[in-house]
Design a protein around this ligand. Structure first.
Ligand SMILES: *[C@@H]1O[C@H](CO)[C@@H](O)[C@H](O)[C@H]1NC(C)=O
Ligand SMILES: *[C@@H]1O[C@H](CO)[C@@H](O)[C@H](O)[C@H]1NC(C)=O
Ligand SMILES: *[C@@H]1O[C@H](CO)[C@@H](O)[C@H](O)[C@H]1NC(C)=O
Ligand SMILES: *[C@@H]1O[C@H](CO)[C@@H](O)[C@H](O)[C@H]1NC(C)=O
Ligand SMILES: *[C@@H]1O[C@H](CO)[C@@H](O)[C@H](O)[C@H]1NC(C)=O
Ligand SMILES: *[C@@H]1O[C@H](CO)[C@@H](O)[C@H](O)[C@H]1NC(C)=O
Ligand SMILES: *[C@@H]1O[C@H](CO)[C@@H](O)[C@H](O)[C@H]1NC(C)=O
Ligand SMILES: *[C@@H]1O[C@H](CO)[C@@H](O)[C@H](O)[C@H]1NC(C)=O
Length: 472
């Protein structure tokens, strides 16, 4: 009897008016028809959910449509759903789910439906873009240095371009650019939980987030602690730095991962083109840093590509995420050292294919709006730049983001402003790798400290903890 009453009560809640004055509506799942999703194995269902456009405007009935995909549990009696976020912010979450569905079904035992959605600010949901077309975008970004230490003028160029970028983004998004922050996305996540809770039995969030998905996860947990079911945050971002700082902790272990790449190479010369001539790890590491320094002043053309400081440093940094690709990185670097184009081709195609030109805009729109620090002069930033540079030889990839966010003109309309000290309904599982180039164990320990009852699972490995799922 008691059970039945609970059941009826929950159904009534699910149909009730949600904050913002919009009735929570169920999702009508259908086989996906979009080309990217329709031939997936296992098959995907697609669905839309209308949610409040502006959760802070309680009188408004304006809505925005979230686009979702679902992989159905293989078990006949599934235990509810798990919502996934694959990072960024702004990674293509539906497309990532399509790519990874079979692995994630295995990893979760088939007992749950797996759901992901493109977060607001990306793709078809309030997409945050700052240029009218790809040509304008390419012209605007062509000369902006990727790394702050690529020359002694690069930092200033990044700063000035950051100001221009922030102005353009403001002009192009002044009506919706403040409605795409992580706090609103956290509320969207709970709207999805409400909508899929059609049986009234699954009103807790089950969630698995990677990288930025851990920032979203920590934010949802802090905003809705009593609604946390099984929550995993995997490859953790320090949320204090994300909202109120400069993300310097990200680079705590990056150089150690690079050293690990070099040591692994020397230890397995048969698998590593760089390991010839009885070279020691220390010698090889020095010669690779020397190569970067040499390329700074002497770029070369190989495999129809300009090989310079930034391209090589960027390739190394991105492949540090994924030890599975380290042999390929070694071959490519050897190709550069010996001017052998054929050894470089695979690396060029791997690194060249991985970036959607819109990702920077999605990332900036969400992250810079979430962040609180602003500055009006580069000199105000120099102490933070200095701190950043102390962390790693690769950390200067972050200085361009300093230029965007310090000049940003679109504050997220809602930000989680608490201290992440909460007792969640169920303990959160926090996962970190010992040697992670961008989501270090230190950040996992930091978040876990606040989430009462949480535990840190330390995986004694290299790369990002989710590199088993990376496609390179
Ligand atoms: C979701 O909405 C989009 C845009 O309105 C539409 O093109 C698409 O067909 C809808 N998908 C489903 C599954 O209803
Ligand atoms: C919202 O609606 C209430 C009641 O209708 C009204 O008193 C209030 O002024 C409205 N607030 C805004 C911000 O429009
Ligand atoms: C659902 O959860 C219950 C309790 O944890 C477990 O016994 C059962 O095997 C689960 N079912 C599936 C399909 O995973
Ligand atoms: C916002 O954008 C609209 C349309 O582009 C423009 O008319 C308006 O002046 C802008 N508002 C501000 C405050 O810049
Ligand atoms: C490699 O270096 C070690 C230690 O310096 C030395 O004993 C060995 O003879 C060297 N081997 C070759 C092939 O040069
Ligand atoms: C370039 O590298 C390939 C693959 O390792 C090798 O077969 C070839 O002999 C090299 N070419 C030269 C000129 O060294
Ligand atoms: C950068 O690389 C050099 C070797 O070239 C090393 O001595 C230094 O400790 C590294 N780390 C930082 C943060 O500069
Ligand atoms: C977590 O990180 C923030 C930002 O670096 C720092 O202020 C805070 O003291 C850290 N908390 C713990 C428990 O280490």
């Amino acid at each position: 009897m008691m059970l039945r009453q609970t059941f009826v009560f929950s159904v009534a809640l699910a149909g009730a008016t949600a904050p913002g004055g919009v009735a929570a509506n169920p999702i009508h799942w259908q086989p996906c028809v979009e080309p990217d999703f329709r031939n997936s194995t296992p098959p995907l269902s697609c669905g839309n959910l209308s949610v409040p456009l502006d959760y802070t405007d309680l009188n408004s009935t304006a809505t925005v449509v979230l686009q979702l995909v679902k992989v159905s549990a293989t078990s006949p009696a599934p235990n509810g759903s798990i919502i996934f976020n694959f990072g960024g912010p702004g990674e293509p979450d539906r497309a990532n789910m399509a790519e990874l569905a079979s692995y994630l079904l295995l990893a979760t035992g088939g007992g749950h439906d797996l759901i992901s959605f493109d977060t607001r600010g990306t793709y078809n949901t309030l997409p945050f873009t700052c240029y009218t077309d790809d040509v304008t975008r390419a012209v605007a970004t062509y000369s902006v240095p990727t790394f702050g230490r690529s020359s002694d003028t690069a930092l200033g160029a990044q700063w000035a371009n950051g100001e221009l970028f922030a102005d353009r983004c403001y002009a192009a998004n002044n009506l919706t650019g403040s409605l795409i922050g992580t706090a609103f996305t956290a509320r969207d996540v709970m709207q999805i939980v409400d909508a899929v809770n059609e049986d009234g039995q699954h009103d807790l969030l089950n969630y698995w987030g990677f990288s930025y998905g851990t920032l979203l996860g920590a934010t949802v947990a802090a905003m809705f602690p009593d609604r946390m079911g099984r929550v995993v945050i995997d490859g953790v971002v320090n949320p204090f730095e994300y909202y109120h700082g400069y993300d310097v902790e990200k680079y705590t272990d990056t150089d150690k991962v690079f050293s690990g790449f070099v040591k692994g190479c020397v230890a397995a010369p048969e698998a590593c083109a760089l390991a010839g001539n009885n070279v020691t790890a220390a010698q090889l590491e020095k010669s690779l840093y020397d190569l970067l320094e040499h390329l700074k002043y002497n770029p070369l053309v190989l495999a129809s590509t300009v090989i310079d400081y930034s391209t090589v440093k960027g390739a190394i940094f991105s492949i540090l995420y994924s030890p599975y690709s380290w042999p390929l990185l070694a071959t490519g670097l050897h190709g550069i050292m010996t001017r052998n184009a054929s050894e470089l081709l695979e690396l060029v195609s791997l690194v060249g294919s991985s970036s959607d030109p819109l990702l920077n805009e999605y990332l900036a729109g969400i992250q810079c709006g979430d962040k609180t620090p602003r500055a009006s002069e580069l000199t105000e930033m120099l102490p933070f730049v200095n701190d950043l540079y102390q962390r790693s030889n690769f950390s200067d990839i972050q200085s361009a983001v300093f230029g965007w966010c310090a000049n940003w003109r679109l504050d997220a309309k809602e930000r989680y402003s608490g201290d992440f000290q909460v007792k969640t309904q169920n303990p959160v599982l926090v996962i970190g790798n010992t040697y992670d180039p961008v989501t270090p164990l230190a950040s996992a320990l930091n978040v876990s400290h606040g989430l009462e009852g949480s535990v840190v699972l330390q995986h004694n490995g290299y790369g990002v903890s989710f590199s088993v799922f990376l496609l390179y």
